[in-house]
Design a protein around this ligand. Structure first.
Ligand SMILES: NC(=O)c1ccc[n+]([C@@H]2O[C@H](COP(=O)([O-])OP(=O)(O)OC[C@H]3O[C@@H](n4cnc5c(N)ncnc54)[C@H](O)[C@@H]3O)[C@@H](O)[C@H]2O)c1
Length: 343
């Protein structure tokens, strides 16, 4: 039997705990040796111990300097992603980095250079590509059943905004939230975005506006192959996490809806009702969080290219910057204005 892949996790907040749980419960052949977080809560420490984590520390350098650890999950706050990615790659560790890789495009490019020079596997946490519904959508497009893609419509609404303190360090709605939709739109269209036009507003919470961000946005993406996508995003949908997609093409259309706890539909004299969508990403995407890691470990074990690489991490952030600039300046913004993706 092949020996276990030994990993370390940097950051034990919401997403760090998701990865720890899914490795421990759902992914055989992987051992979490160390989890590092300077502000680890007692609750998280107790859970990690229950999951069998040998070493819980405040200092991520214990992971970087441990020769036993082959792969590092970077799940800490966004500003730490590119510096810790670089340190881990230089130490010869494979890296799974949560999105976004950085809020600064030049820093992402510098990180990708370190990834290339060190020759490690580097995967970015765009989990939606691995969701069962999104995979079915992609398979339908790739099979040619809907012909050439003409229009993609993505609905992306959270059940409620994160705390203002998170918003302030997250990079805002385009970098933190809609970056997932920009990645999905590229993935489904099979083409690259050339121009972005965004309208954005504060409709949910004035505090979000005071923090310099928006909570509501509609973004139009024009692709090299002529397709057009529209992403409609909100930080608050009163009925829960709303993530639907329709792709329309020359021969037909394919759509996915939300997952619910059950498909029960109750009909009575007051009307016909069914379950609300699963509440948020922790409920909706647990399967996707497992599948993205299964494929990451497969890339490590079998020397394959990771399914979502550093370039995907870069392009999604460049689109986010174009959307932010478009909303602020009220005009279409070309990707080529933001950066040269070839350098
Ligand atoms: N792919 C997804 O679906 C998804 C979902 C949520 C969050 N994220 C991303 O994951 C990152 C974390 O988000 P979150 O929601 O878990 O935030 P969070 O605030 O719940 O957790 C972040 C954790 O990182 C820790 N941390 C900060 N600096 C650190 C350091 N130097 N070393 C170790 N730990 C450190 C903090 O103490 C905190 O516990 C963000 O970049 C976010 O964009 C991705």
């Amino acid at each position: 039997m092949a020996k276990d892949v030994i990993v370390g996790i940097v950051g034990a907040g919401r997403i760090g705990i998701v990865h720890a749980k899914s490795i421990a419960y759902e992914i055989p052949g992987v051992t979490i040796k160390t989890v590092a977080d300077p502000y680890l809560t007692d609750e998280a420490a107790a859970l990690l111990t229950k999951l069998g984590v040998e070493n819980v520390t405040k200092d991520y350098k214990e992971i970087i300097n441990d020769p036993d650890i082959e792969a590092v999950f970077i799940c800490s706050s966004t500003a730490t992603h590119s510096p810790i990615s670089q340190e881990a790659c230089k130490a010869g560790k494979h890296v799974f980095c949560e999105k976004p890789v950085d809020l600064d495009i030049d820093k992402i490019k510098a990180t990708l250079k370190v990834v290339r020079d060190s020759g490690v596997k580097y995967q970015v946490g765009f989990n939606r590509r691995f969701d069962h519904n999104f995979m079915a959508l992609k398979a339908a497009i790739d099979s040619g059943k809907i012909g050439d893609v003409h229009v993609l419509k993505l609905t992306s609404r959270d059940p409620g905004p994160p705390p203002i303190e998170y918003i302030k360090v997250s990079g805002g709605i385009f970098y933190d939230m809609l970056v997932h939709d920009f990645d999905v739109a590229r993935f489904l269209s099979g083409s690259e975005v050339v121009e972005v036009y965004a309208a954005a507003a504060v409709r949910v919470d004035e505090e979000i506006g005071k923090a310099g961000d928006y909570d509501t946005a509609v973004v139009t993406l024009k692709f090299e192959n002529g397709a057009i996508a529209v992403v409609d995003g909100s930080r608050k949908a009163s009925y829960g996490y709303d993530q639907r997609v329709e792709v329309f093409g020359s021969k037909g259309a394919v759509a996915i809806g939300n997952d619910a706890l059950s498909t029960a539909v109750i009909s009575n004299e007051t009307g016909v009702t069914s379950e609300k969508p699963l509440h948020f990403f922790l409920e909706r995407y647990m399967g996707a969080y497992s599948e993205e890691k299964v494929q990451f470990f497969d890339a490590i074990r079998n020397n394959k290219k990771p399914p979502v690489g550093g370039y995907d991490g870069l392009v999604s952030v460049v689109i986010a910057e174009a959307a932010k600039r478009s909303a602020q300046e009220n005009r279409p913004v070309k990707i080529s204005e933001i950066t040269d993706l070839n350098d």
